[in-house]
Ligand binder design. Structure first.
Ligand SMILES: Nc1ncnc2c1ncn2[C@@H]1O[C@H](COP(=O)(O)OP(=O)(O)O)[C@@H](O)[C@H]1O
Ligand SMILES: [Mg+2]
Length: 236
């Protein structure tokens, strides 16, 4: 399971799948880039990806889900500009995108021995569609097994900070606010609590990182957690 820098055993699943999770503005994208650079410098092969998305079709589904308008609006869109998306539709779109992503990107990269770094994955589905929107958590888990055929992160970094600070960062830096950024503060608070509940349930996989300090400090904490994980993986 462990990607070695020098030797690889053919035929075994030997990649490592690391996901980065947290509310909007918690620093996932920033820290993914830094972790990727660090691991590449250490000699690992790294695949960077994100959800929803990661393949051309899945990125189109992302656009639909986050309500990024198509270049040419359809007749229907012009007549019904504000059709609300149901929680069930939102969840189904996420799983549709994930099935493409796991099959065409994540699984091949893991079989190839890479370290896959993914910006959001199933924990986001549980936090957003489950804890925040109220879709049944067991239903989501069953659908997730269907979409992923059991592909699960080995390690998940959960970037935790107060909702206000995350949203303020996004407002300060991002011109484009997507449909989920515009949700209420209460919604984002439910998401944060959901993530923390998941971390409490699975402390071996989910490691909570304090996302309040400056990016250098957070990056150092991330490297420490990942190094500990890689050391353990190497000896097991
Ligand atoms: N530790 C930090 N302190 C202050 N600002 C940060 C920090 N980390 C990231 N940012 C800035 O906050 C914004 C959101 O960070 P980003 O990494 O995009 O978060 P996410 O991907 O979790 O939404 C970005 O503009 C980024 O430059
Ligand atoms: Mg991001």
């Amino acid at each position: 399971m462990m990607p070695s820098k020098t030797t690889q055993t053919p035929g075994r699943r030997r990649g490592i799948f690391i996901t980065l999770e947290g509310i909007e503005g918690s620093g996932k994208t920033t820290q993914l880039a830094r972790l990727s650079k660090f691991l590449r410098e250490e000699g690992y092969r790294v695949v960077e990806t994100r959800e929803p998305g990661g393949t051309p079709l899945a990125e189109r589904i992302r656009g639909v889900m986050l309500n990024i308008p198509p270049a040419t609006p359809s007749e229907h869109l012009i007549r019904h500009p504000a059709e609300p998306i149901t929680s069930e539709c939102e969840a189904a779109l996420v799983f549709a995108a994930r099935a493409q992503h796991v099959t065409h990107v994540i699984q091949p990269a893991l079989q190839d021995g890479a370290i896959v770094l993914c910006d959001r994955f199933f924990d986001s589905t549980l936090a957003y569609q489950g804890y925040a929107r109220g879709v049944n958590l067991r239903t989501l888990s069953i659908l997730n097994r269907f979409a992923t055929r059991g592909v699960t992160p080995h390690l998940t970094l959960l970037f935790d900070l107060p909702v206000e600070r995350g949203l303020a960062r996004r407002r300060r830096h991002d011109a484009e606010q997507n449909r989920l950024d515009r949700e209420t503060r209460q919604f984002h608070t439910r998401v944060r609590k959901g993530f923390l509940a998941l971390a409490a349930k699975e402390p071996r996989r989910l490691k909570v990182i304090d996302a309040k300090p400056d990016p250098d400090r957070i990056a150092a904490d991330v490297m420490a957690v990942v190094n500990t994980f890689l050391r353990k993986a190497r000896t097991s």
